[in-house]
Design a binder for this molecule. Structure first.
Ligand SMILES: C[S@@+](CC[C@H](N)C(=O)[O-])C[C@H]1O[C@@H](n2cnc3c(N)ncnc32)[C@H](O)[C@@H]1O
Length: 236
C-alpha cells in the first residue's frame, strides 16, 4: 500500500518534479524485474522507447549492461545515458537473442501495431530471457493521457477541451501517437503467440488484487489502470 501511495503521489507531481517521479518509477520497475528474474547485475537489458533514460540509468546502477533505444530525440532530455541509440522499436539495430531482458514501459499504447512491436522485443531477447511490457490501456482513467479522463466522452472532444483549458495543443492525437489498446484483446493476442509465454499479467501500480483485477472481464478495462505483462521468450 505504501508503495502505491508513494507512486501515486509522485505521479500527481510529475509535471512539477519529473526527476523524483521517474526515479521512483525506475526503482520500482527494477524491483519488479528483480522479483521475477533475480538480480539485474551482469544482465544485458534493452530499454525500448525509454524516453529520457531513467530506467536505463537505474538498471546500470544495479550493475546491468543497459542500453537505451529511443526513436524521438525530443524525448531524450538534456542528458541521455551514454551510448543511447536513436532507433525505432519496430526495427532494433540488434542481432537476435542478444538481450537477457527486453524492457518497455508505457510504449505499447503509442505504437500503431503493438503485436509487431512485441515481435521485435521477442526477437532480440534470448530464449529463456524476460520481456517486461507495460502500458496504459485506453479505458483506464488515465487512458487519454493529458486529456484524461475526458477521453471517456470521445478523443476529439477531450483534445479540444485540453486546448481550451491550457491554451496549448495536446501532445497526443488518437490514431497518430496514441492508440486505443485494451486489456482483454492484448491478453488474448499475447496468449496466442508462439514466441513468448505469459509469466504474469497484473496491474502495474495496484497495491493488492493486482493479478485478480486483470482476470475480471469488463472491470479490468477500467480498473487495471496500467497493465504489466511479464513474458518469457520461448526457445526458438
Ligand atoms: C509515454 S513515453 C514513455 C517513456 C518511458 N518508457 C517511460 O515509461 O517513462 C512513450 C515513449 O514511446 C516512444 N515510442 C513511440 N513510438 C515508438 C516506437 N515505434 N518504438 C520505440 N519507442 C517508441 C516515444 O518516443 C516515447 O519516448
Amino acid at each position: 500500500m505504501r508503495r502505491s501511495v508513494a507512486l501515486f503521489r509522485a505521479f500527481l507531481r510529475e509535471q512539477d518534479d519529473p526527476e523524483t517521479c521517474y526515479s521512483l518509477l525506475a526503482r520500482d520497475a527494477a524491483d519488479q524485474l528483480e522479483a521475477y528474474d533475480g538480480p539485474l547485475a551482469g544482465r544485458t537489458v534493452v530499454d525500448v522507447g525509454g524516453g529520457s533514460g531513467h530506467f536505463t540509468a537505474e538498471f546500470r546502477r544495479r550493475g546491468a549492461q543497459a542500453h537505451l533505444f529511443e526513436p524521438d530525440v525530443r524525448e531524450l532530455g538534456e542528458k541521455p545515458p551514454e551510448g543511447t541509440v536513436i532507433a525505432d522499436g519496430y526495427l532494433l539495430p540488434l542481432p537476435d537473442g542478444v538481450a537477457d531482458v527486453a524492457f518497455s514501459s508505457n510504449v505499447l499504447e503509442h505504437v500503431a501495431d503493438p503485436q509487431t512491436f512485441l515481435s521485435e522485443l521477442a526477437r532480440v531477447t534470448r530464449p529463456g530471457g524476460l520481456i517486461y511490457v507495460s502500458f496504459t490501456n485506453w479505458l483506464s482513467p488515465w487512458g487519454g493521457h493529458e486529456w484524461a479522463p475526458w477521453h471517456y466522452l470521445g478523443a476529439e472532444r477531450a483534445r479540444a477541451r485540453y486546448r481550451r483549458r491550457t491554451g496549448r495543443a495536446a501532445k497526443h492525437t488518437l490514431g497518430e501517437n496514441l492508440f486505443p489498446v485494451h486489456v482483454g484483446s492484448t491478453l488474448r493476442q499475447v496468449r496466442a503467440r508462439d514466441d513468448v509465454t505469459l509469466v504474469a499479467a497484473r496491474s502495474r501500480y495496484w497495491p493488492f488484487l493486482a493479478e485478480a483485477v486483470v482476470r475480471a472481464p469488463v472491470l479490468r478495462e477500467v480498473a487495471t489502470w496500467n497493465l504489466l505483462l511479464i513474458l518469457r521468450r520461448c526457445p526458438s
